[in-house]
Ligand binder design. Structure first.
Ligand SMILES: CC[C@@H](C(=O)O)C(=O)SCCNC(=O)CCNC(=O)[C@H](O)C(C)(C)COP(=O)(O)OP(=O)(O)OC[C@H]1O[C@@H](n2cnc3c(N)ncnc32)[C@H](O)[C@@H]1OP(=O)(O)O
Ligand SMILES: [Co+2]
Length: 138
């Protein structure tokens, strides 16, 4: 059911410093910061030849990454995002297997304009998993 790795995300306490590390030290191509109030984060995407890295900083009073950053003040690997062709089919299939879908279970529009959902990290081998619906290019 899952397809390509769309991105992996790193939560960071200082987005400017994280962006500078990837742009200036690692020589990667980075996007402009994008505020996503509905998700409580600001993101910068690092474009790699085979995937993307999403640098995530907390935005607003209530952010889903706030406790993670309290536990990991220097930042850390936050989630992996796999592409699926049909997010509703994927969600319902995983729910019947007992995996917990976070929030109200309805997809939100993510940073790429596509529907996204998150699965509880305790059901994903200690890893928070994001699913993103991406139309097949085949
Ligand atoms: C930009 C939009 C979009 C995109 O298009 O790419 C994004 O990526 S948005 C990214 C931010 N959004 C989200 O992460 C939404 C889903 N996340 C959540 O709802 C919460 O972060 C969470 C997963 C429910 C955790 O919230 P938290 O406040 O940390 O809850 P707990 O403290 O109760 O944690 C429970 C349990 O899970 C462990 N945990 C928490 N986060 C992670 C993580 N990222 N990876 C692995 N494990 C995680 C936490 O340590 C707790 O474990 P125990 O202490 O053992 O119970
Ligand atoms: Co993401």
């Amino acid at each position: 059911m899952i397809g390509r790795l769309n991105h992996l995300a790193i939560a960071v306490p200082d987005l400017d410093a994280a962006t500078a590390l990837y742009r200036d030290s690692f020589g990667a191509s980075v996007s402009e910061p994008q505020n996503l109030p509905e998700h409580g984060v600001t993101v910068v995407f690092v474009e790699l030849p085979n995937t993307k890295v999403e640098l995530l900083a907390a935005l607003g009073e209530i952010s889903p990454i706030a406790s993670f950053l309290e536990r990991n003040p220097a930042g850390g690997m936050h989630h992996v995002c796999y592409e699926v062709e049909d997010i509703i089919v994927a969600r319902d299939t995983l729910k019947t297997q007992g995996l917990r879908v976070l929030g109200d279970g309805e997809p939100k529009i993510g940073a790429h304009g596509n529907p996204v959902l998150f699965l509880h990290p305790k059901d994903g081998l200690g890893t928070l998993i994001e699913l993103e619906e991406v139309a097949s290019t085949e």
